[in-house]
Write a protein that binds this ligand. Structure first.
Ligand code: PMP
Length: 427
């Protein structure tokens, strides 16, 4: 993976904001929304919202079966979206991209098809302590069913994967190695190409959780050489309801279907059936046609901005945010200190003030952040934390959002310092 930040045409985030109708709203004090929770789900540009509207107004029809014009148009746009997404991640063929609902479904698909077929009693599956629950629980379910073993790469105190520990685990030749390209809790950018190379040398199949990377930096599956990559459209300006499982074609071809039903079959008898080719084999039933089309439009929007420029914009914002946040009394930032080794996420605690209290006071300032364990309970435990407050940045965030965040955090300190009960945070 390329960890350097190449020079790109800088993003004009202030102008980009104008493309996002939701950001034009102000609160009752006329303050605009400082939306700092894109790691949970991004906002949508007008082009995506209009694509959904256009679909339902002009060519709503089921796909792959109608012989009339509306259905052909819907089918064409759905398949065009697949091509757009495939090009965006550098896939060799659009057939390697299966439309699913989200990252979670993509990973469950791999566990329940590739996993069920290939994991046997006593086999080892290697994941990481940093993984989102959606790359932990599907493998727990499989390991229980198959009596397989799970092991997890440790994290260092500054929130990076311990690659020496990975090497120790790889000596046991795991069947699968799965890890997050970028941590949604800490923002850590993991050396995905290097991990994949080492895992392949040990004979493992590699699954990368790209939920936080594909939206935020250039991702090329051929350069990564991963076997599977899972990501969600809703975190990259697209609608909720459409995500992608990328898989190398020879692996997808060899996998049994996930769900049975219409669209995924070649021929059905009463007691047995044969399967359609990939990706249709994994797309049983009516898919989220409009959402997939909207996903394609989102990808076009991001491609036009340029993913190098997106990466550069976020690295700068996060660098500035980290510098400014470190001046807030009592504030501790988690994860790598070098902004080029992280993505647009800053996770922190403020003294002993509960992260939910911090987030609630920030909300009162029209600054939207996330508080909690961010679906990474094992990671929180490993770092000795219960929860953090997380600010996450994207293409529409500006230095003004950082100012608003910092000012609101000073306000949190003020409120807690002067609590009449005296049980507040001591700066
Ligand atoms: N993995 C990571 C790293 C994530 O950040 C998320 C979403 N927070 C997921 C997986 C799950 O994504 P989804 O809810 O879209 O399935």
């Amino acid at each position: 993976m390329d960890m350097t930040v190449r020079a790109a045409t800088p993003l004009d985030a202030a102008a980009i904001r104008g493309d996002f109708p939701i950001l034009a709203q102000t609160d009752d004090q006329e303050r605009p929304l400082a939306f700092l929770d894109s790691a949970a789900s991004s906002q949508k540009p007008a082009a995506v919202i209009e694509a959904l509207d256009d679909y339902y107004r002009r060519y709503n029809a089921n796909i792959h079966r109608g012989v009339y014009q509306l259905s052909e148009m819907a089918t064409g746009r759905y398949e065009q979206a697949r091509h757009l997404v495939a090009d965006f991640i550098g896939a060799t063929s659009a057939r390697e991209c299966v439309f699913v609902r989200n990252t979670t479904e993509a990973i469950n698909l791999v566990a329940q098809t590739w996993g069920r077929r290939n994991i046997r009693e006593g086999d080892l599956i290697v994941l990481t302590v940093m993984d989102h629950h959606s790359n932990l629980v599907p493998w727990q379910l499989l390991a229980e069913e198959k009596d397989a073993e799970l092991a997890h790469v440790r994290v260092t105190p500054d929130g990076r994967l311990d690659l020496d520990h990975l090497d120790v685990l790889l000596r046991r030749e795991p069947k699968l190695v799965g890890f997050p390209h970028i941590s949604n809790s800490l923002g850590t950018l993991n050396p995905a190409e290097e991990i994949t190379r080492r895992a392949h040398a040990a004979g493992s199949v590699v699954l990368i959780d790209g939920a936080q990377s594909v939206p935020h930096l250039p991702v090329d599956v051929r350069a990564l050489d991963c076997d599977f990559l899972a990501f969600s459209g809703h975190k990259m300006l697209g609608p909720m309801g459409a995500g992608v499982l990328y898989g190398k074609k020879r692996l997808l071809d060899a996998m049994p279907p996930y769900m049975g039903g219409g669209s995924m079959i070649r021929k059905v008898e009463l007691d047995h059936s044969t399967w359609a080719d990939v990706p249709a084999k994994f797309e049983a039933g009516t898919p989220a046609v409009a959402d997939a089309i909207g996903f394609g439009v989102a990808v076009e929007y991001l491609a036009k901005l340029g993913m190098d420029a997106v990466r550069e914009h976020e690295t700068k914002l996060v660098g500035d945010a980290m510098e400014r946040l470190s001046e807030v009394p009592g504030l501790t930032i988690y994860g790598p200190t070098d902004p080029t080794q992280r993505s647009g996420v800053v996770s922190f605690t403020l003294g002993d003030i509960h992260p939910h209290d911090v987030a609630a006071i920030l909300d009162g300032e029209n600054v939207a952040v996330r508080a909690g364990h961010h679906c990474t309970q094992p990671l929180m435990r490993a770092l000795g934390l219960v929860a953090t407050t997380r600010a996450s940045f994207y293409v529409y965030n500006t230095p003004d959002d950082v100012d608003r965040l910092v000012a609101a955090l000073h306000k949190v300190n003020d409120i807690f310092r002067y609590q009449p009960s005296g049980v507040g945070h001591q700066p």
